[in-house]
Ligand binder design. Structure first.
Ligand code: ATP
Length: 243
């Protein structure tokens, strides 16, 4: 569904941050992009979404193909319209808007009518009952977990085929992290949404993903089926803290 071929990213005109990253994400299921702080996970997602800007000295080379089409020159909104949306690290909710208005803002690229959008809002509330309870609260006053759910729910309102999900576990208590990953799994299975999941929490990511890529200093150093990565001695030692 998504294929990233040999991308390089330069920041500030000179700093080579991604040094030829290639990966692919099949339809259905979750693919994990793993690595320590600063390895280049967020940069990879931003390059796919075309959020890097030449006027800021940010350069992307290589090719990105989504559903058979080269998308590197497409705007982020165009990519959302085609069905690929990014949920940013740190959640980025509109704090001064209600939870429900945040969710509705996710439908901005859609051209179908209000009835379809309301139906999808109900679907989001089915997946996130907490958001229904909190729907009139200002998003900025909801908990970290609720903001993560709002961000994910807002992405769902664009009817995505693929979500690029950046560090959903960040700053959340373990039980909430588990709750969010369970919802990701259900969205995989019930809605057919594919995920490219950037995570520092290797342990949980490899429990939910089918396949994983490990990034170090802007390069993929290892990739494989999630089960195989969990058994790999280096992964155990350096990323899972076992052995
Ligand atoms: P994190 O989990 O901290 O987000 P990450 O794996 O997502 O880590 P990136 O955020 O992609 O890593 O950062 C990769 C490298 O690029 C880091 O060394 C970071 O300092 C650098 N970097 C990120 N954004 C910029 C920027 N706007 N300008 C210059 N360097 C940057």
């Amino acid at each position: 569904m998504l294929s990233v071929n040999n991308i390089e990213v330069i920041y500030d005109h000179v700093i080579l941050v991604l040094k030829g990253v290639s990966l692919s994400v099949p339809t259905g299921g979750t693919t994990a992009l793993l690595g320590a702080n600063g390895a280049g996970k967020t940069t990879t997602l931003k390059a796919i979404s075309n959020l890097l800007r030449a006027e800021r000295g940010e350069v992307t080379k290589g090719s990105i193909v989504f559903e058979g089409e080269e998308v590197q020159a497409r705007s982020p909104n165009e990519l959302v319209r085609r069905g690929c949306i990014q949920v940013m690290e740190g959640r980025h909710c509109f704090g001064h808007l209600s939870v429900e208005d945040n969710l509705l803002s996710g439908a901005f690229t859609r051209r179908d009518g209000n009835a379809a959008i309301r139906a999808d809002l109900d679907l989001v509330y089915d997946y996130f009952p907490r958001l229904k309870v909190r729907r009139t609260s200002l998003a900025g006053y909801t908990s970290g977990g609720e903001q993560q759910m709002t961000a994910l729910g807002r992405a769902l309102m664009s009817r995505p085929k693929m979500i690029l999900l950046d560090e959903p576990s960040m700053g959340l208590a373990p039980q909430l992290v588990e709750e969010i990953f369970e919802i990701v799994r259900k969205l995989n299975e019930e809605q057919g949404v594919s995920f490219l999941l950037a995570e520092q929490n290797t342990n949980i990511a490899l429990r939910y993903a089918k396949y994983g890529y490990i990034l170090e200093s802007g390069r993929v150093v290892l990739d494989g089926a999630a089960e195989a990565l969990r058994r790999n001695e280096d992964v155990k030692e350096f990323y899972l803290g076992i052995g």
